[in-house]
Design a protein around this ligand. Sequence first.
Ligand code: UDP
Ligand code: MG
Length: 332
Amino acid sequence: MMKKSHPKICLVIPVFNEGSHILHSLKRIEEEVIKVTLNYEIIVVDDGSTDDTWMKLSEDKGVLPNNLFVIKFSRNFGKEAALVAGLEHANGQAVIIMDADLQHPPSLISEMVNRWKDEDIGIVECVKRERGKENLRYRLGTKLFYWIVRRMTGYDLKGASDYKLLDQKVVHAWKQMPERDTFFRGMTAWLGFKKVQYEFNVSPRVNGEPKWSTPKLIKLALNAVVSFTSLPLRFVSILGFLFFIAAIFLGIHTLYQKFNGNALTGFTTVILLQLIIGSVFMISLGVIGEYISAIYKEVKGRPRYLIENTVVSEVVTYEKEAEDLNAEFVKV
Ligand code: UDP
Ligand code: MG
């Protein structure tokens, strides 16, 4: 498919408590987008911010970038839900997903778009070359997270970021995944399609703190594993099988001892067995429980997010802009 010189690009930006710099970030991002196309739309999803983010995005329309569509959630649903909302509302020949804190360098936008325009690429993904300054707890947390995901699901997401360009056909395919609990990075890995990667250095946050608390990260890791593989359930069966083999041998041994009149010894073994089997049982139940709770969430079929309000900034259509440009061109 031939792509026009001004393809429609839609940017999706999830935002949570970024009030101090959101307008600056959006301006900066808009500056980069207009280098490649005048036909763009910016969708910002305010994920239930508790600071002045919404005020900044709704009060003074004069300072907003053009073609901005802001969706405000009724509460904090999490970045994943914000991405879902953005993608569901996006319509463009390509959609770019990026963070609001400028850690995803906007300067890459033109490269991504040009590459996508020239070749028949489904997904342009930006991978982190090195992470910006982050504290030790966070670094260890993310390391452990990627390790678990890789071991369990086989998808190596190390360095993967949510900074991606998706062709409209990929967005269409993505929309066919109906799960309630989404994990965007994993889902795009599962989709397939032709991919290219760009490396980037994570710049420091413009302002504010990262929004991932430890419980939030643990929840994301659990989601990632539970939604992509049933391997842990198989571990439970394997463990059960191993215990069964051990039980046969120990059973024979015990009976043998009894018939020989040595039945009273072996208390330590009994206690150890109780402890080991007890904990393995509980862990196994926990694993099964994780899957049941995932099924429960899916079965309830609740909406993935709720919209409380929306705001649209000045819409500058591409045709108008193009005419203006032509007019200037004629003048010169
Ligand atoms: N974010 C969000 N909802 C949340 C947490 C984060 O929409 O509950 C947004 C946040 O505003 C930012 C992006 O997700 O645009 C990435 O978050 P952050 O910078 O805190 O995390 P990191 O850069 O470490 O991935
Ligand atoms: Mg960030």
